[in-house]
Design a protein around this ligand. Structure first.
Ligand SMILES: Cc1ncc(COP(=O)(O)O)c(C=O)c1O
Ligand SMILES: N[C@@H](CCOP(=O)(O)O)C(=O)O
Length: 425
């Protein structure tokens, strides 16, 4: 089994359903995609990946009008997804912002910001949930569950609500930003606050799922990553439309490492379809907070697996994760694209959050880690000044209003009088 960037498109096994099947990335076992609830390999417990007999080219995406789904966003890529349509709000089609002042400050040839905070619930998780909840319907489950640092729970609650399914979310007590809890709560999720970190919550949810209590919709679920890979398709298409080339590098925050795995999968499928040359694949560059950086540690040590960090801490609570479950997919993604990984201090994250906000792009702290990491890699000379770079910002500013207040200007009290106002100006 291989996750090499130039591995040829596989032939469909007998268990495939309409050219789609599940394959274990560790031992190669294959499974029918929608017959049973399954998150990992029955034979070796390895991570599963959705495979396609014929991954599409750019031209094949969105070719022909959709009969039962939207022609924009995630479902425009239906030719490269396991279904034609899903439970949609709709999601995807997010902006690729120009940030001229930040670009000059960082000192790269081109800098664009792919702002995933502009999805319906304010984060990239919506792309995963539109597909994941569709699969839940296909499997006939009636309850959904996740562990979350906040955004996954908001998306699960909204998409589960849309599909009229019960939702249960386990959150690390006291470590989830206010906006995210408010979303999960109002969208109707049952919220349990666990006296432990995100990784402990995920251990419990995996056990609940194994006991058949609910369908797990964290990124361990391979279908979640199918939706998230459309971020990669959108970036490459939009950047190419503007520049006639693909970006040299994509920089992204890393928590459970689902997005890193999903972007790498998007690139491999495009290479398999012949839409993308191997030499044009962007370098995947992961950024973690210094207080929660097991992926960075593994990349720096040349390790094939991560060491679970039991004690994690960062102001960027969305990426306060010590045991990224997608590491076996994401580590090859970073290495095989010639990328790298870097850890940044919380102060660097806040500075980057301010710099983005000054150009009108409002993001939550974890999102700003991508820009903080790029700045650090430029300072260290790892990123060259002639590179075309896209930074992924993963969640909206309003997700974490407390962090925004702390990073922003303080409101000034003033009397109800124009002269008093003028005096302050
Ligand atoms: C806002 C935000 N950014 C980044 C991440 C990290 O993404 P991933 O878990 O896919 O590495 C998360 C969640 O983990 C998140 O909520
Ligand atoms: N930041 C995430 C952590 C869980 O990640 P997932 O992609 O595995 O669901 C969150 O928002 O909860």
């Amino acid at each position: 089994m291989t996750l090499d960037i130039d591995a040829p498109a596989p032939s469909a096994p007998a268990c495939a359903d309409d050219g789609v099947w599940l394959a274990c990335i560790a031992c190669g076992s294959t499974f029918a995609p929608f017959e049973d609830v399954r998150y990992t390999c029955d034979d070796c417990d390895g991570l599963l990946e959705v495979r396609y007999e014929n991954p599409p080219t750019f031209e094949e995406f969105g070719s022909g009008a959709s009969t039962d789904g939207p022609d924009r966003g995630v479902w425009r890529y239906r030719e490269g997804l396991p279904f034609e349509s899903g439970v949609t709000l709709p999601e995807g089609d997010t902006p690729l912002h120009e940030v001229p002042r930040l670009e000059a400050d960082v000192g790269v040839s081109t800098l664009r910001i792919k702002h995933e905070g502009m999805n319906p619930t304010g984060s990239f998780k919506d792309r995963g949930m539109t597909v994941g909840v569709r699969v839940a319907e296909e499997l006939g489950v009636d309850a959904l569950a996740c562990a979350s640092t906040g955004n996954t729970s908001a998306a699960l609650a909204a998409y589960g609500g849309r599909a009229d399914l019960e939702t249960l979310v386990l959150l690390p007590s006291g470590k989830v930003a206010a906006g995210k809890i408010a979303q999960a709560s109002l969208h109707g999720a049952r919220i349990l606050e666990v006296d432990g970190n995100f990784d402990a919550c995920l251990d419990i949810v995996q056990e609940l799922a194994a006991r058949g209590e609910a369908y797990l919709l964290n990124s361990l679920n391979p279908f979640r990553l199918e939706g998230q890979k459309t971020i990669g398709f959108e970036i490459l298409e939009a950047f190419h439309a503007d520049h006639g080339t693909f970006p040299d590098r994509i920089v992204l925050p890393v928590g459970n490492a689902g997005n890193t795995a999903a972007l790498y999968k998007a690139f491999r499928e495009l290479v398999q379809s012949g839409a993308l040359a191997v030499e044009d694949v962007p370098k995947l560059t992961g950024v973690q907070a210094a207080g929660a950086a097991p992926m960075v540690e593994a990349i720096e040590n040349g390790a094939d697996s991560i060491r679970r960090w039991e004690d994690v801490e960062t102001r960027a609570t969305a990426i306060r994760i010590g045991n990224p479950v997608n590491a076996p997919k994401a580590l090859p993604g970073i290495r095989n694209t010639d990328g790298t990984a870097v850890a940044v201090a919380d102060e660097e994250i806040t500075d980057a959050q301010r710099a983005l906000a000054n150009e009108g792009v409002g993001v939550e702290p974890a999102s700003a880690a991508s820009v903080a990491g790029l700045r650090k890699l430029r300072r260290e000379g790892v990123v060259d000044d002639d590179e075309d770079v896209v930074c992924l910002t993963t969640g909206h500013l309003l997700k974490d209003p407390d962090a925004a207040y702390e990073a922003g200007n303080d409101p000034e009290p003033v009397a109800n009088d124009v002269d008093a106002v003028l005096e302050l100006l």
